[in-house]
Structure formats: C-alpha cells, structure tokens
Unconditional design. Structure first.
Ligand code: MG
Length: 334
C-alpha cells in the first residue's frame, strides 16, 4: 500500500477563539493510503504541526499489501504524532471499506438513522456577539466555548437569546475554586453538560468537583475531553467524571475510538463524539461511530469555508451519513 500526504490550509468562517488561543486558519494534513483517505488535524496545543505530521509520515515503514489485516498494519506504525497515526488509521479504514464495497457504519453493524443531533460551536467573544451568533445560527444544540473572565455573562446572554440546548466547554480554563463557584450558577441557566472544567492532568480535581456538585444537588454532567485520550485514560477517569469526549485524533483513529467508546460504556460513562477543526474527511470518518454515542459535536466542516471534500451531510443539526463505501467522501469539485 502506498502512503502519500498533502498539507492543506483551512480558512475559518469566523476566527475561532478558545481558552487555548485564537485561530483564523488551521493547517491540517490529508493522508492517502492507495485509494483510502484520512486527515491529521495539526492541533498546536497537543504539539501537532504540519511539520511534525509530515516528518512522521516520512518515517512510516512499508505497511504491506493487506488492508484487511487492520491491527497488523497499525502495529507497524512508529511512535510519534498522534494526529498522523489517526490519519493513517482513517485512511486504512476507508481503504478497507472501499475494497469491501460498504460504508463503515454498515461494516460495524450500526444504524445510520440513529444519529444524535450535532451541536454547533460558538467561539469565545463578547457576550452580546456570542448571543447574536447563537440566535442567528438557528441550531437547536449550541456548544459555548468558555474560559474567559465573563463566562457567566456569556451564558446568561446566550440563554436570553435562544431556547436551544446549551453545552459549555471550558477547555481546561478554570481553577477548582472557579469551577465550584461557576458551575451551580451556570447550571441554573439550564445546561446539558459541561466539558473539561479543569486542567487536563487534574483528575483528582475533577473527582473532587463532581463529588462537590453532587453534594450540592447540581445535576449537570461533567465530561472530560483534554483529560481523556485513550481507553486507558478513561479507566483512570471512572468515578471522576460522568462521561468522556472521544475524538479520532486522540484515540489514534477509528480502531482506538471503538475501544474508547466500549471502555466508557463498560464503566457506565456517557460518550460525546467530537472533532477538531477538520474537513469532511476526518469528521465523516468519526460520524460513522455516532450511533454508538450519546452526544455529538461534529461541526468541523461547518466552521470552514474551503472544505476540499464532501461527505457527512447536514440538515440543520441532523446529520446524514453518506452511503458510499468506506468513509464515503468525494472531492467537493466532483
Ligand atoms: Mg472540548
């Protein structure tokens, strides 16, 4: 199987500000394994850049000629860039599905009608601007990026502007004390869930926070994103959070995402399926696993203006999986 790669620049419709920084553009890498395609998002706060990803690609040894022997192929990958390894895993699954002639959801035995609604993400901005975007989007599920010093004002303004289901993501932006003070106040405004309130490595803090919220009768689920990369991380988070956010880039691709989802389920945790800022390639690949998840945040292609592929369709917040073999994306010019 022949491995090739191509750096791409993604233009964001609205410069995207989160607790980790502000991003007018993103720089990802598309990866091909014969006719299979995958994507590596260069997420700088995870140490990933286009250079890191392409350098990794140049070190990948011969992957053999059997795309059906998935684990054996993936076992040949060297250590290094998680985004790059995820992209190769996605391309391998795409190739596998294409050679077998079926979409991935079908090969996994999943119902393509059973997809939760996706949320639409609003980046950090002034409260009135975020409220305007939430209202104008018309989406029934809104994810709000927090981690500024105006978080309560922001959620209050958005709650006034829309009846949508609201999720918030602090992107590790709060201290324990801030979170303990803010969460009950935000919960009173009506939230579906709270993503990553504390620093990624503060598992004991998450455990303390969850116990404290339970003691106060605050019922909003807390889910871990930056703290939960792999199935092994999820085991450590049992009892510390109510659920986890699964992203292909964190799990090293689709194979690892399946393990992470099943691990979370075994531990009685909820699962949100999410993405980075990615094209239809990475996001459609993830969407094939959406029937296994409780919550979906797969709005990547909606945030960019120059998606080179089409795949996952959107009818508002309702997602429509392509019925083509593999992950089912085609060039947007075709
Ligand atoms: Mg998150």
């Amino acid at each position: 199987m022949k491995l090739t790669w191509e750096p791409i620049t993604l233009n964001l419709r609205t410069p995207f500000r989160i607790a980790h920084g502000t991003f007018p553009q993103r720089f990802n890498v598309l990866v091909r394994l014969d006719e299979g395609i995958g994507e590596a998002p260069a997420v700088t706060y995870y140490g990933e850049t286009q250079d890191v990803i392409t350098e990794y690609m140049s070190r990948v040894p011969e992957l053999g000629d059997d795309p059906f022997d998935l684990d054996a192929v993936l076992d040949r990958l060297p250590q290094g860039s998680r985004a790059a390894r995820a992209a190769i895993d996605i391309a391998l699954h795409d190739l596998w599905g294409k050679r077998l002639g079926h979409p991935l959801y079908r090969l996994f035995g999943l119902n393509p009608e059973a997809l939760p609604l996706t949320s639409f993400t609003i980046g950090m901005d002034k409260p009135e601007e975020m409220a305007r975007q939430a209202k104008e989007s018309g989406y029934p599920v809104i994810k709000i990026k927090l981690g500024s010093d105006r978080d309560e004002e922001i959620v209050t303004a958005i709650r006034k502007a829309t009846d949508a289901i609201l999720r918030v993501d602090a992107n590790a932006g709060w201290t324990r004390e801030q979170a303990a003070r803010l969460i009950p106040r935000l919960a009173a405004l009506g939230l579906e869930l709270i993503e990553q309130p504390l620093a990624a490595d503060d598992i004991e803090g998450l455990r303390w926070l969850r116990a404290r919220m339970q003691a106060e009768g605050v019922k909003v689920p807390i889910v871990a994103d930056e703290s939960a990369h792999t199935a092994q991380d999820i085991v450590k988070l049992a009892g510390a959070v109510d659920g986890v956010v699964v992203k292909l880039m964190k799990t090293l691709g689709i194979r690892g995402a399946l393990k992470a989802i099943h691990t979370a389920r075994a531990l009685d945790m909820r699962v949100m399926l999410s993405c980075m800022v990615e094209t239809s390639v990475g996001v459609t690949a993830a969407a094939h696993l959406a029937p296994l998840c409780d919550y979906v945040d797969l709005d990547g292609p909606l945030l960019i203006s120059n998606d080179p592929y089409v795949g996952l369709g959107y009818d508002g917040a309702r997602m429509v999986l392509p019925m083509r073999p593999g992950i089912g994306v085609v060039p947007s010019q075709a």
